[in-house]
Each structure stands twice: as structure tokens, then as C-alpha cells.
Design a protein. Structure first.
Lengths: 234, 349
């Protein structure tokens, strides 16, 4: 399968700290690829390195055949990459509609994307005029993902979508992510192994700043020893 | 003194702390209007003139504080040079209007004083904007990751601008001697005259407060600025060049301050101390209103402006000396912060 995104042996520093010490990830088009690993392994920094928020000092990030290194974050986003950060980062003083409008790059982006957004997250329709700060955690997460669907992004980087959500909301979120993967390629960061195993097609395990294992999710589900060693899940 | 502050401040703080921002604002207005009425000895014409003078101060404060607040909210930069832009606006408008006394003397080409003033104001806005772009793009941009350096830099720039002004125009204050027609027009309120030009500045200030609020609420750039105030990194990740938005807001903020100085020059004149006076009062306004809050800045301007004029009237009435009126902005700030440490509309930062 063709790769939409290739991360090749990147090294990223935050200040003087060497956070990523060689991470490689291949994201095939149309797939959900998940980055797994313990807290502080470097998963979020990997997504931020792709977006140019914490640009890598070494290695390459290639999207649709084009090297992203050296490009500004807003240029990278405009190449068709949607970013759903950890803790949602919705604009709390803006309404749901204004949050979505913020993501539009072309005049008709919002109009063209609303059907899909309301199909995936029907609750957002009735909340459209409410301020972001008044939404529940689950609703904020929906809005954060919906925002990445407004422009015509081909790749979505989604960081910890299940974090802090009730189990019933996590189920809804999983259904929505599975459904949106019909249209988009997804690179997901997820700590919850059960969520990741149900959603993803392939995985990369990141440990102490290194990518240490990669393969299909079906293989990982059967490799209990590997799961226990790197993810601490029995 | 410390005990006095504690005795008054702590119970006041407990009371205010329990009230909403709206309640605190209503209470402050009630206190200010009450003191203004007492200081006017019940004389309605004096009272009205005091309130109008307060609103005039509020309009001028808003022109400096709005830029200061938006720049701080969006970029986390406290632009200490904002007062210097106000002062430059005043000097440019003065010089353009008084070619005979001026240094640059380019106003000579326009004989009509009204048209000359209008062109002088436009010139001040353009120069303020250009100097704003130079400061943001040329000097501040390399220091975005170093907040302390930015603070020192803007402070240094304000001193350099002040020294340049002294070099060009000297240290003697200039009084406005070539009036525009609207300045000489008076209207009567309870039998006392008030300049139509001052009323025009009040109306324009209020119109600008509403106009900027509408811009922030209803336009794409306004929504982007509000979003940027909350989370500039996320705005960038959505594909928006937030640095360009920074430049735009910084430029507009400086141009607005310069505009404020230009329109204030007909009654404040042009003096080297103008910048520092309005900068300090504007810092009090934005902290009192709540850092980064536009509503806070607009309402804070009105509160400080009214309190300032009220204290001037109170000084006359009670013979306590003019020093009290000049420290009024800081007194108001201390009063509000005792009760609401994040200002009227501020969030914990």
C-alpha cells in the first residue's frame, strides 16, 4: 500500500532535552496507524514533529512525497494535515460554529463539511451556538475532531482521543473515528490499548524516544508478551 | 499605612470577591458617580462637566489601552512603547498644524487649518503604523521565545523614541494655538459651556469601542484574533499564519495609539511627558479590566477615566492637592486587585 506519510529516523529536542532519538513511522494511505507506548515515550512529540511545532533536528518527515522539514506549521497544515491535539485545545470563548469556522481555509469548506460532521457527531448540531468552554469533555473532543474535518485534509493526526472520557463516550468516539477513516488516513496516539486494538490497522511502539516495534494490529493482539513488555497490559 | 490598607482592603476584598464582575462594575460606577456628585456640591453643570471630562479621558485611555491589551492578549508582550506612539501622534499633529512653530513644517502646503488637522491626523496614524511594523518585524520577532527580553526591548524603544522627540522638538511643551473650527464651537450643558470637539472625541471613542468589539465578534480576522488570544499555537496548526496576525494587531495597536495622541493634541498639546502619563494609566486600565480581555479594557477605560476626572474635581472641592488625581489610575487598580486579583474580567494566568 502507498505511504501517505513517512517519518524517517527523526530526532527532536525540546530545549536541551533529546526527546526523540530515532523514530520511524510509515503511515499507509487509507489506514489507521496507531502510536503506542507508555507515558513520556515520545508519541505526542512525534505528532508535533510532523506538524513542525517541535521540528526535528535530524531525520525526515515526508508527506505525499514532499519533505516537510523546514516548513512552517501553518504551511504543513495547509498541505492537508489536520491536527487534533491532546487535551483538545478548542477555543473556549468561541462558539462551536466559530471554532469550526476557524478551521475553514476556503470559502465553502464549512458548508461542504457540515453533513459529514453532523453525521459523525450529531450532538454538535444542537450545540452549534454554545461556547466551547460550556461543552463537556466528550463534546469538546468531538468538536476538536470535527474541526480537523472542515478543510479537505487527507491525513488526521489524533492525539489521545479517549483521554478522560467516560466509557460510553469512548465507544461513540471510536465509532466516529472508524467511520471517518473511510475518507481519511489517520495517525493516532492512544494509551488505551483496547481502544487502539479495535481501531487501528497497524501499530508502531515508541519507547524512550525510539520506535521499537511495528506491524499489523492483528499480529500485536496475539503477541501478549510484547504488549505486556512495552505497554504494561496483560 | 500597611494596617490601614489591611483594615480597608481585606473586608472590601471579601465583599468584592463574592460579587460578579457586573456587580463590581455597578458598585464602582455608583461610588465614582456619588463622589463626583459630592465633589460638584450638587451643582448639575459642574457634575455634568466632570462626567464629560471623565468620558473624554476614557476615550483617550481606550485608544492607548486597546492596542496594549490586544497585543498582550495575543502575543504576551507588554508593549512599553505604546505611550511613545501616543506622544509621537501628538507631536506630528502639532507640527503639521503649526508650520510656523514646527520643525518639519510640511503642513505649510495646506492653508486651511481644518484640512491641515485632518491630514495631520492621517499622517500620525500612518507614521505610527509604520513604526509599529518596524518594531514588531525588525526587533520583536527574533525575541518571541524570550519574554523578558521583549519587555526590556519595548522599554528601551520607548526611551529612544522619547529622546528622538526631544532631539527634534526640544523639551519645551507646545500648546495648541491654531484651533480647528469644531474646537471653538461650544455647546451648553446646565448653563456651562463644553467644547464640541471634546464631545466629538467622546462620541468617537465610544464608537471605536463598539466598532472594535463588532470587529472582534463578527469578522473572520476578529475571530482569529480572539482564538489567538486563547491559543496561538492551535491557530497555527489550523493553517493560519499567526505571525501575520501578530504583525497586523501590533501595527493597528500602534496606529491607534498614535491616532489617540493626534486627536488629543488640540487640548493636551505636545509634551515629552504625555507618553509616560498615558502609558501608566493604560497599564492600570488593562490590568484592572483583566489582562487580555477586550471588554475589560473598554469598561476599565471608562472606570479609570471617570475616576480620574472625579478626583480632579474632588481635589478642587476639598483642597487636597492635584497629586491625588494623577495617582487615581493606580489607586483604582489597587482597589480592584485587592478584591479581584485577576481584574474585572480576567482569568487566572
Amino acid at each position: 500500500m502507498t505511504s501517505l506519510l513517512q517519518i524517517e529516523n527523526i530526532h527532536t529536542f525540546i530545549g536541551q532535552f533529546h526527546i526523540l532519538e530515532g523514530v520511524s513511522v510509515d503511515v499507509p494511505q487509507g489506514n489507521i496507524t496507531v502510536l503506542l507506548g507508555r507515558n513520556g515515550a515520545g508519541k505526542t512529540t512525534t505528532l508535533k514533529s510532523v506538524m513542525g511545532i517541535t521540528p526535528p533536528r535530524e531525520g525526515k518527515v515526508i508527506y505525499k512525497g514532499e519533505v516537510l522539514n523546514g516548513k512552517k506549521t501553518h504551511h504543513i497544515a495547509r498541505m492537508g494535515i489536520g491536527y487534533v491535539p491532546e487535551h483538545r485545545a478548542i477555543f473556549k470563548t468561541l462558539t462551536v460554529k466559530e471554532n469550526l469556522e476557524m478551521a475553514a481555509r476556503e470559502k465553502n469548506d464549512l458548508k461542504n463539511s457540515l453533513d459529514l460532521i453532523f453525521e459523525l457527531f450529531p450532538d454538535l448540531k444542537r450545540l452549534i451556538d454554545l461556547r466551547g468552554g460550556n461543552l463537556s469533555g466528550g463534546q469538546q473532543q468531538m468538536l476538536s475532531i470535527a474541526r480537523a474535518l472542515v478543510p479537505e485534509n487527507d491525513l488526521l493526526l489524533i492525539d489521545e482521543p479517549s483521554e478522560g472520557l467516560a466509557p460510553v463516550i469512548i465507544e461513540d468516539m471510536m465509532r466516529a473515528i472508524k467511520r471517518l477513516s473511510d475518507h481519511k488516513t489517520v495517525l493516532l496516539v492512544e494509551q488505551n490499548f483496547h481502544v487502539a486494538s479495535k481501531l487501528a490497522d497497524s501499530y508502531v511502539i515508541v519507547d524512550e524516544g525510539h520506535s521499537v516495534h511495528t506491524g499489523t494490529m492483528a499480529d500485536l493482539r496475539n503477541d501478549k508478551a510484547l504488549v505486556k513488555r512495552f505497554l504494561g497490559v496483560a | 499605612m500597611e494596617n490601614l490598607i489591611r483594615e480597608i482592603g481585606v473586608p472590601l476584598g471579601r465583599f468584592f470577591g463574592r460579587t460578579t464582575a457586573t456587580g463590581a462594575i455597578a458598585l464602582l460606577f455608583a461610588i465614582i458617580l456619588g463622589v463626583a456628585f459630592v465633589a460638584s456640591q450638587g451643582n448639575m453643570s459642574t457634575f455634568s462637566i466632570t462626567i464629560l471630562s471623565g468620558l473624554l479621558r476614557a476615550a483617550l485611555l481606550f485608544l492607548v489601552a486597546a492596542g496594549l491589551s490586544l497585543i498582550f492578549g495575543l502575543m504576551d508582550i507588554l508593549n512599553f512603547a505604546q505611550g511613545a506612539y501616543f506622544m509621537i501622534g501628538a507631536y506630528l499633529a502639532y507640527d503639521f498644524q503649526h508650520p510656523a512653530n514646527g520643525v518639519i513644517r510640511i503642513g505649510e502646503a495646506i492653508p486651511d487649518p481644518n484640512l491641515r488637522f485632518l491630514v495631520g491626523v492621517i499622517l500620525a496614524v500612518v507614521v505610527g503604523g509604520i513604526l509599529g511594523v518596524i518594531l514588531e518585524r525588525g526587533l520583536l520577532r527574533p525575541l518571541y521565545e524570550r519574554p523578558l527580553f521583549q519587555l526590556v526591548l519595548t522599554f528601551g524603544v520607548s526611551i529612544i523614541m522619547l529622546e528622538f522627540i526631544k532631539l527634534i522638538w526640544g523639551t519645551t511643551p507646545y500648546a495648541w494655538t491654531v484651533p480647528i473650527t469644531i474646537q471653538t464651537t461650544q455647546f451648553e450643558i446646565f448653563g456651562q459651556g463644553f467644547s464640541a470637539y471634546r464631545l466629538f472625541i467622546i462620541v468617537m471613542g465610544i464608537a471605536l469601542m463598539i466598532g472594535v468589539a463588532l470587529l472582534l465578534r463578527n469578522t473572520r480576522i476578529g475571530i482569529t484574533i480572539r482564538a489567538g488570544v486563547e491559543d496561538a499555537e492551535m491557530v497555527t496548526a489550523l493553517g493560519i499564519n499567526v505571525r501575520a496576525v501578530f504583525t497586523l494587531v501590533f501595527t493597528l495597536g500602534c496606529a491607534l495609539a498614535s491616532f489617540g495622541g493626534a486627536v488629543a493634541a488640540p487640548f493636551l498639546g505636545a509634551t515629552p511627558s504625555l507618553g509616560a502619563t498615558y502609558l501608566l494609566a493604560s497599564i492600570a486600565v488593562i490590568v484592572l479590566g483583566g489582562l487580555g480581555s477586550y471588554e475589560g479594557t473598554a469598561i476599565g477605560s471608562i472606570i479609570v477615566g471617570l475616576a480620574w476626572a472625579t478626583m480632579e474635581q474632588f481635589s478642587l472641592f476639598s483642597n487636597i492637592g492635584t497629586v491625588w488625581s494623577s495617582i487615581t489610575p493606580m489607586l483604582m487598580l489597587a482597589l480592584v486587585l485587592l478584591a479581584r486579583p485577576n481584574g474585572l474580567f480576567g482569568e487566572e494566568r
